[in-house]
Design a protein around this ligand. Structure first.
Ligand code: AMP
Length: 533
C-alpha cells in the first residue's frame, strides 16, 4: 500500500480561481452576457464531454489538439473491456497455449458482457452478439478436444474464427473525450436539434471549461476557460464576419481592455487552398534541411501549420514562402476585400497577418486573432474564423458558420496587467452586536442585517458575540465601510450607532433613518465615482 499523503494539491496545469480574482471572472462573464445579448446572441449550455470521434473529425486527426492533447477515456460500466478484447484478438489458433487461454478469456468476456447487458449498457444489436458469443464459447472447449469428447477440430476452428469476428465487431461502448473546444459541440447540437429550421441565422454563445494536455506555463493551462460565440446559417456574407468581430471588440472595450491588436487573414476555401498547400509543400521540401523536426513533419501532415512556427531560425525562411493572398480564388479574394471594407465601415482597426492559419483544421476563408500586451509568449486572447462545411462534415445540412473563442484565463490576466483587474468586492456594513445569542439584541441584529441585505447592501454579521473592540478591529481588517453598533441601550432607545470606519465619524439613527442614510450615502458615492471618471 502507498503511504498516505498528508495533503492534496490541485493537479499540474489546473488551478483554483480564488476570491477576489473570482469577482473579476464574474465581471468578465457577466459583461459577455450583457454585450452578446445586445447583438441578439443567446446562450447555449453544452456538455463537458462528447464522443471522441466528434472532435477527431471536426478539429482534424493531424492537429496537435487531437493527436496528443485530448483527455480521452472509455465509458464502460466495467473497466478493462477494451483490453480483454485486445487479448482475445491476439490469440493464435496454431498455438495450443493461446487457444486454451482463448476459451477461458472468452468465457470471462461473455460473463462481463452479460453484466453490462443487465445494467442496460449494451444496445440491442450487441445483445444478440452476446448470446451468439455465449454459444460459441461453449463450443470452443479445447480441454474437451484433448480428452476426446465428441468435438472435431473443424468445429473448434470454425467457432474460433466466428468468435474472433464477433468480438472484433462488438460495440463495447463509446470512447469519450473532455471537450478541448466547443465549436464542434455547438455544431453537433445544431444538427441534433434541427436548428437549421429556425428562422434567420442561429447566433449562440457559450462559456465554460475546456481541456487540453499541453505543457503548462503562464497563460497556458490544462483546464482553461473559453467564452465563445458562433453564427450558423445559410449566409456567408462578410458582414456577418465583421459583425462578429465588432461584437468581440465592443466586449473588450466594455471591459476596459486597451492595447489589444486584431489580426485578420483569409486562408481560402476548398477550391483554392489545396493548390496553395501543394505549392507550399513543394517550396518547403526545397528548404526541408533547414527546418526543425516539427516543421519537417508538418510538410507532410499539415504544411499550413509551418507558418505558425515560432522557431527563431525558421522565421527568415518562412518570410520567403509563397503567400496565400497570391493564391486565393476570385470569390475568396472578393470575400476578404469585402470583410476589410466592412471592418472599416465599423471603424475597427486591424492588421493583416498572412501567416495566421490557426491550429484547427475546420477553418475556411476568414481567420482572426486578438493579442494583448503583457502576456509574454502566450499573448493570443482570442482566435476565430469561418468554418463553412463543418456542419456538413458532421452529418448535418449544408451550413455556413463563423465564430470565435476567447481564452478567459488570458483575458483576465490581460485585464490585470492593464490595471483593470480590480474587483468591486467590499463590505458595506459590519454589524457589531453586544449581547448573548438569546438576547433581543441578537434578534434585532439578525432582522436588521436581513433588511439591509434586501436593500442590496453587503452585510457581515458575526455568528458569535464579540467584545466591541474586537468587533470594530475585525470590521476594519475586513475593509467594511461602516460598523453598526447594536447593544441593549440601542434596543431600548430605538436608535443605532453607525460608525464610518474611514474617519470614525459616528451618528445615531433610527431604523428608518439608518436605511435612508445608507441609501443616500450610496447615491453620493456613485455620483462621486461618476464625477471622477
Ligand atoms: P483555440 O481554441 O485554440 O482557437 O484557442 C482560442 C483561445 O483559447 C486562444 O487564443 C487562447 O486565448 C485560449 N487557449 C487555448 N488553449 C489554451 C490553454 N491551454 N490555456 C489557456 N488558454 C488557452
Amino acid at each position: 500500500m502507498k503511504p498516505q499523503r498528508s495533503q492534496f494539491r490541485a493537479i499540474r496545469g489546473v488551478r483554483d480561481i480564488l476570491p477576489p480574482e473570482s469577482a473579476l471572472w464574474n465581471r468578465v462573464e457577466q459583461t459577455a452576457h450583457d454585450v452578446f445579448a445586445t447583438y441578439n446572441f443567446q446562450e447555449i449550455r453544452l456538455p463537458i464531454f462528447e464522443e471522441t470521434e466528434l472532435f477527431a473529425r471536426s478539429i482534424g486527426a493531424d492537429t496537435d489538439v487531437v493527436s496528443k492533447e485530448m483527455y480521452t477515456f472509455e465509458d464502460h460500466a466495467l473497466p478493462g473491456l477494451e483490453k480483454d478484447r485486445e487479448e482475445l484478438m491476439a490469440a493464435d489458433i496454431q498455438d495450443p497455449d493461446s487457444l486454451v487461454n482463448f476459451s477461458g478469456d472468452l468465457n470471462v468476456l461473455v460473463h462481463r458482457l452479460k453484466r453490462e447487458q443487465a445494467d442496460g449498457e449494451l444496445d440491442e444489436e450487441n445483445e444478440n452478439r452476446v448470446e451468439k458469443l455465449a454459444e460459441l464459447a461453449s463450443r470452443i472447449n479445447f480441454d474437451g478436444l484433448i480428452r476426446g469428447l465428441p468435438q472435431t477440430f473443424d468445429d473448434l476452428y470454425n467457432a474460433f474464427w466466428e468468435a474472433k469476428r464477433l468480438v472484433e465487431n462488438i460495440d463495447l461502448g463509446k470512447r469519450l473525450t473532455l471537450r478541448p473546444e466547443a465549436t464542434a459541440s455547438v455544431c453537433r447540437a445544431y444538427i441534433e436539434h434541427g436548428m437549421h429550421t429556425l428562422p434567420g441565422d442561429v447566433k449562440l454563445y457559450y462559456m465554460g471549461p475546456m481541456f487540453r494536455r499541453e505543457r503548462p506555463q503562464k497563460g497556458r493551462y490544462r483546464q482553461f476557460y473559453q467564452i465563445g460565440a458562433e453564427v450558423l446559417g445559410q449566409s456567408d456574407s462578410p458582414a456577418i464576419d465583421a459583425e462578429v468581430i465588432e461584437m468581440l471588440m465592443a466586449y473588450l472595450d466594455r471591459l476596459g481592455l486597451s492595447g489589444a491588436t486584431l489580426y485578420v487573414n483569409s486562408i481560402g476555401c476548398k477550391e483554392c487552398r489545396p493548390a496553395y498547400v501543394a505549392k507550399l509543400r513543394e517550396e518547403l521540401l526545397k528548404v526541408k534541411d533547414q527546418l526543425g523536426a516539427d516543421s519537417q513533419r508538418r510538410i507532410e501532415t499539415n504544411p499550413l501549420r509551418v507558418l505558425d512556427s515560432k522557431l527563431e531560425h525558421e522565421q527568415a525562411i518562412i518570410e520567403r514562402l509563397p503567400r496565400i493572398s497570391d493564391h486565393l480564388c476570385a470569390a475568396c479574394r472578393e470575400h476578404f476585400a469585402e470583410l476589410q471594407a466592412q471592418l472599416k465601415l465599423r471603424s475597427i482597426e486591424y492588421k493583416i497577418n498572412w501567416r495566421l492559419v490557426r491550429g484547427l483544421d475546420y477553418y475556411t476563408r476568414t481567420t482572426f486573432e486578438i493579442t494583448a500586451p503583457g502576456l509574454g509568449s502566450q499573448n493570443a486572447i482570442c482566435g476565430g474564423g469561418r468554418y463553412d462545411g463543418l456542419v456538413e462534415l458532421l452529418g448535418g445540412p449544408p451550413t455556413k458558420g463563423i465564430g470565435f473563442a476567447i481564452g478567459t484565463d488570458r483575458l483576465v490576466l490581460a485585464l490585470q496587467e492593464a490595471g483593470k483587474g480590480e474587483s468591486a468586492s467590499h463590505i458595506d456594513v459590519f454589524v457589531a452586536w453586544l449581547g448573548g445569542a438569546e438576547s433581543p439584541v441578537y434578534a434585532a441584529a439578525v432582522k436588521l442585517a436581513r433588511q439591509l441585505r434586501e436593500e442590496g447592501f453587503v452585510v457581515e454579521l458575526p455568528p458569535e458575540e464579540m467584545k466591541l473592540k474586537k468587533s470594530l478591529g475585525l470590521a476594519d481588517k475586513l475593509g467594511a465601510r461602516y460598523a453598526l453598533i447594536i447593544g441593549e441601550d440601542e434596543i431600548a432607545s430605538g436608535s443605532f450607532v453607525l460608525k464610518r470606519l474611514a474617519d470614525s465619524e459616528q451618528r445615531k439613527l433610527s431604523e428608518s433613518e439608518l436605511l435612508n442614510y445608507l441609501k443616500s450615502d450610496e447615491n453620493r458615492k456613485v455620483a462621486a465615482a461618476q464625477r471622477q471618471s
